[in-house]
Design a protein around this ligand. Structure first.
Ligand code: ADP
Ligand code: MG
Length: 364
């Protein structure tokens, strides 16, 4: 729990300019102690700049960074008690696994016994005890990254900063280390600030995600909130590769609104806000929230007919491109096992979705 002494990390209106480029543009952010927060955004959106300014390697042009209520904006990196893990493993090649983990403890002048027992428990934490005497070139990439994690956690940092630490690993290993990182976070209780451009990684590990675009925060929230309630076209697209319906409001009240696209009627659940008839509206619907069937649906509200254009099989799912008259091409993802429709290009299908499966978004 947050106590007055442990208020966590706070960025107040922090910006960083490189000439005309704002790598970080008026970023304000609080991170409560013990959280797993992920900075997610495309390449060049400012993730590394934010992390480096928290670490103390980048000096902000403007704004303030505070830890537990005290400013650390001008504090040199080595005076901040933060651990870091990067994409490259950056282990000392001439030291064993054990010596690598012991290094930061030696630098801090701990006595040999203390270092020995701490190294043993850190090796256990990352399941590397049996490889203590190996050198970095004698272990795999995933194992090297585990050692880097143990080393970064050795001096019990206030914060662990991770910049795309898994991106050099293959897909299977990455998925495995995602589980491990999450479980490690739960066991050590340190605040993790994680940077990635991979939405699956962000969704599966984080307590909270901050989405960045052009150095600015565009939305933040818990993974299901962000995924199910994106505020903008950008977020909907970045997280889920949504379909978008660009329509016109016909009727709106406090519970729902009706809209049309190319004259076809659709229904959207939820308060219509200040939407009024005749206004334009953009609605996003994720491909897996659309149901497909071979037979015409019975009195469904959002129902359209189409033909399977093309499809791909992924083992666990099918991804269909369905050509429709009202909406053009619609992408649908559906479990492959006992798939409701036969996957044959040209076949006629019906698409339906419930009025609360879609969401109105800002067109940015
Ligand atoms: P990300 O980590 O999300 O890929 P970065 O924080 O590395 O993004 O970069 C954000 C923007 O700032 C990019 O446009 C990048 O080119 C620019 N930038 C970052 N560091 C520097 C630098 N040292 N000098 C000039 N431009 C930089
Ligand atoms: Mg980066």
């Amino acid at each position: 729990m947050a106590t007055p002494e442990r208020r966590g990390l706070e960025l107040r209106n922090v910006s960083k300019f490189y000439g005309d480029i704002a790598a970080m543009d008026d970023v304000s952010l609080t991170v409560e102690p013990g959280r797993f927060l992920t900075l997610l955004g495309p390449s060049g959106s400012g993730k590394t700049t934010i992390l480096m300014s928290i670490a103390g390697f980048v000096q902000p042009s403007r704004g303030d960074i505070l830890l537990d209520g005290k400013t650390i904006t001008g504090l040199p990196a080595e005076k901040r008690n933060f651990g870091m893990v990067f994409q490259g493993y950056a282990l000392f090649p001439n030291m064993t696994v054990g010596q690598n983990i012991a290094f930061p403890l030696k630098v801090r002048g701990l006595d040999a016994n203390m270092i020995g027992s701490r190294v043993t428990s850190l090796l256990e934490l990352v399941r590397m005890g049996h490889l203590k005497a190996r050198r970095p070139n004698e272990i795999s990439g995933g194992q090297q990254q585990r050692v880097a994690l143990a080393r970064a956690l050795a001096f019990q940092p206030d914060l662990l900063l991770l910049d795309e630490p898994l991106s050099a690993l293959d897909r299977k290993l990455r998925a495995e280390l995602q589980w491990e990182l999450k479980s490690l976070h739960e066991r050590v209780g340190t605040t993790f600030i994680y940077v990635t451009h991979d939405q699956d990684e962000a969704l599966s590990m984080s307590d909270e995600i901050v989405i960045l675009r052009d150095g600015k925060i565009v939305q933040r929230g818990a993974p299901p909130d962000l995924y199910n309630r994106p505020a903008s076209r950008f977020v909907a697209n970045f997280l889920g590769g949504s379909n978008f319906l660009s329509g016109r409001i016909e009727e709106a009240d406090s519970r729902e609104f009706r809209y049309t696209v190319n004259g076809y009627p659709f229904l959207q659940a939820g308060p219509s806000g200040d939407r009024e008839p005749a206004q334009g509206v953009l609605v996003a619907i994720s491909p897996e929230k659309i149901a497909m069937s071979n037979t015409p649906p019975d009195g469904e509200t959002n129902a359209i007919e189409g033909r399977i254009g093309s499809f791909s099989y992924y083992g666990d799912s099918f991804h269909f491109q369905v050509e429709t008259e009202p909406l053009g091409r619609v992408e649908v993802k559906t479990p492959a096992w006992r798939c409701a429709v036969e996957p044959v290009a040209g076949n006629r299908v019906w698409l339906t979705w419930s009025p609360d499966a879609s969401i109105p978004v800002i067109d940015d």
